[in-house]
Design a binder for this molecule. Structure first.
Ligand SMILES: [Zn+2]
Ligand SMILES: [Zn+2]
Length: 127
């Protein structure tokens, strides 16, 4: 019972924040609403939601995985290696590329959250 309520709160937080949050950030947000919850319950709930495909998990180069709801449809990101700035891409921006890879390699891609690292415009201009 308590576990499923944790899952609901996670989905609500991720939906509301509309952001990529680390498990620790999620835990801290949940604790302000459910003070009795412990960290491993939150982490297990995150794992379950990810396994069910309700949230995505990605490594965005910040040292720990980030979680995000996938209800907004598929999207991808360009992440600046210098300042951590995140640019969000619509799936349609890369769908041709995906389709070509799938066709040429007879491969079905299941990655639904592509992270490409690079240097953003601002950081390029700094050099
Ligand atoms: Zn994302
Ligand atoms: Zn940058």
């Amino acid at each position: 019972m308590r576990t499923s309520s944790v899952e609901l709160v996670i989905l609500e937080i991720l939906g509301h924040e509309h952001a990529h949050l680390t498990s620790l950030e999620i835990y801290e947000l949940i604790r302000s609403r459910l003070p009795a919850v412990n960290q491993s319950t939150v982490y297990r709930a995150l794992e379950r939601l990810a396994n069910q495909g309700k949230i995505s998990v990605s490594d965005m180069g910040q040292g720990s995985a980030v979680y995000e709801t996938v209800t907004d449809g598929m999207h991808h990101h360009l992440v600046c290696h210098e300042c951590g700035r995140v640019i969000t891409l619509d799936h349609k921006d890369v769908s041709d590329f995906f389709n070509r890879l799938q066709k040429n390699n007879h491969f079905e891609i299941i990655t639904n959250h592509l992270i490409l690292f690079g240097i953003c415009e601002q950081c390029q201009n700094k050099e």
